[in-house]
Unconditional design. Structure first.
Length: 183
């Protein structure tokens, strides 16, 4: 026909999600539910990953951490947060993820209480750093503890020389316990 412009119609490009939605006959409500399940899984994975990373980094208490360790902890937390939240910044997503992290933490505490091996895996065991005036160098190197860290803890107890210290122990919570020489 003269005067008519023929433009071939191109179907809209289908995304992999829309193809999957059509193939599985998923309704928008089911998509929302699927989205919340993914948020829960991301939150649980993020929590357990952070627990694992903090365990690997070491067990130094906050007052003994240097600025680099603070940066590392906050950076890892920020990256985990970015992964966990993804593109959804809704109140429902935040509530779901906070609830998931709370339940995951409760579950981990229950496992620690019930199974001593899991508590040992998560918290470790006390480590002797100094015995009768002799540094336990292998243990200190393994835990990335320096003699200055032990002496700082000793000064907090009023002990200022190595000869005043009988034992120094790195506790499960990261604190350094100092036992003075008995006279």
């Amino acid at each position: 026909m003269p005067g008519l412009l023929f433009v071939p119609s191109t179907p809209p490009r289908a995304t992999s999600i829309s193809l999957l939605t059509r193939a599985l006959c998923i309704t928008p409500i089911e998509q929302k539910q699927e989205h919340h399940v993914a948020a829960v899984l991301r939150a649980a994975f993020g929590y357990f990953f952070l627990v694992f990373m903090v365990r690997i980094v070491g067990r130094r208490p906050g007052k003994q951490m240097n600025p680099f360790e603070f940066v590392l902890i906050f950076f890892i937390g920020g990256l985990a947060l970015t992964f966990t939240v993804a593109d959804d910044r809704s109140l429902t997503n935040a509530f779901t993820q906070i609830l998931t992290i709370g339940i995951s933490h409760y579950f981990l505490i229950m496992l620690r209480e019930r199974y001593p091996r899991i508590a040992l895996l998560l918290d470790g065991s006390p480590i002797l750093l100094l015995r009768k005036g002799r540094w336990q160098t292998e243990a200190m190197e393994g835990m990335l503890i320096q003699a200055d860290d032990v002496m700082t803890a000793a000064r907090d107890k009023g002990l200022y020389s190595l000869s005043e210290i009988d034992y120094a122990v790195l506790e499960r919570n990261g604190e350094i316990t100092i036992a003075a020489v008995t006279k």
